[in-house]
Write a protein that binds this ligand. Structure first.
Ligand code: PRT
Ligand code: ZN
Length: 286
């Protein structure tokens, strides 16, 4: 029987939508509703398990799932033995220590002898050990940010993305102990057949990621400025140039990276480019 690759993704929460969207953008159609524990892809040999994110590293270590999408924060705290496959570009956050706003915090020695509430006792203890600080790590499973306000702790160690939760709870971020990414992980010892399926899926994931960082640009250029305009455009090889119906004008097509995008668009306009169209790219196969 042909094997299927089994992927574990979050059932609901911050990683759910990004994980489902990524599979979708890779051209993988998932059948069944997400209310089930398990779903099948109709057009790729893939079985999807919907789990709590905290359980994903264990499932992958035990080979109940072959691969999984999880926050690095959850994986490192779990200390499960799995292999890293790929960085996925969504739901990044950081694990930080915060204290009450107004506290004079000049260095991590502030934490000496203090009580710190967290859902990440292992990563926090590692940080404290590295700094040679002895503090009381108080493990709680949710609403960590209210701990200082109700006198349960002097500081917290929790995930932060925009910082607004800390702000609303009168806290200030003072140390970042982990910059966490959402990652694709795999079981350490996959069969050759499953490795081959993963390679196929990974090829699609990489082309989707690449496409997200690039835009397709079309513009009209007066022929006497073409040389200058073309020099501004990197393109995959070189830009495509087609004559327009109107004499003396050409249509130029190229691919621009997100990082340089606005700078180059400004320069293109200054060089006389007109009718600039920017189109998202679905996939980029290099
Ligand atoms: O039910 P299940 O166990 O699956 O979900 P969960 O409630 O444990 O996790 P969930 O869905 O909240 O987060 C899943 C993963 O998303 C985390 O493990 C991180 O890898 C990632 N992630 C990214 C975040 C955040 N950003 C984030 N901001 N996880 C949690 N938060 C929380 C944080 O704990 C704090 O309460 O959001 C609040 C802070 O947000 P800001 O924007 O106010 O700073
Ligand atoms: Zn969780």
């Amino acid at each position: 029987m042909d094997q299927k690759l089994k992927i574990a993704i979050q059932r609901s929460g911050r990683l759910h939508e990004g994980s489902v969207n990524l599979l979708h953008e890779c051209g993988v159609n998932i059948m069944n509703g997400v209310n089930k524990l398990k779903a099948e892809a109709s057009n790729f040999p893939l079985e999807v398990y919907f789990l709590r994110d905290d359980d994903i590293p264990q499932y992958v270590e035990d080979a109940v799932a072959d691969i999984g999408i999880v926050g690095e924060n959850v994986l490192l705290e779990s200390r499960k033995k799995v292999a890293f496959v790929e960085d996925l570009a969504f739901a990044a956050c950081r694990l930080s220590i915060a204290v009450k706003r107004g506290e004079k915090y000049t260095s991590s020695s502030f934490l000496q002898g203090k009580k710190i509430a967290t859902s990440y006792p292992y990563l926090l203890q590692n940080f404290l050990d590295e700094k040679g600080i002895s503090a009381e790590v108080h493990e709680i499973s949710g609403s960590v940010e209210i701990a200082p306000g109700i006198g349960l702790a002097d500081a917290i160690c929790d995930l932060v993305s925009s910082g607004s939760t800390l702000f609303m709870n009168g806290l200030q971020e003072v140390e970042t102990i982990l910059e966490s990414r959402t990652i694709l992980i795999k079981h350490q010892d996959l069969s050759n057949e499953k490795e081959a399926l993963l390679t196929k899926l990974l090829f699609r994931i990489k082309s989707v990621k690449k496409a997200k960082n690039n835009k397709y640009v079309l513009l009209n250029a007066p022929n006497d400025r073409l040389d200058r305009i073309i020099r501004l455009l990197p393109g995959m090889k070189s830009p495509t140039v087609l004559p327009l119906a109107e004499a003396g004008w050409s249509s130029v097509h190229s691919v621009l990276n997100e990082d340089e995008f606005w700078d180059i668009i400004e320069q293109l306009k200054l060089c006389g480019a007109q009718g600039i169209l920017v189109v998202p790219i679905e996939n980029m196969i290099l």
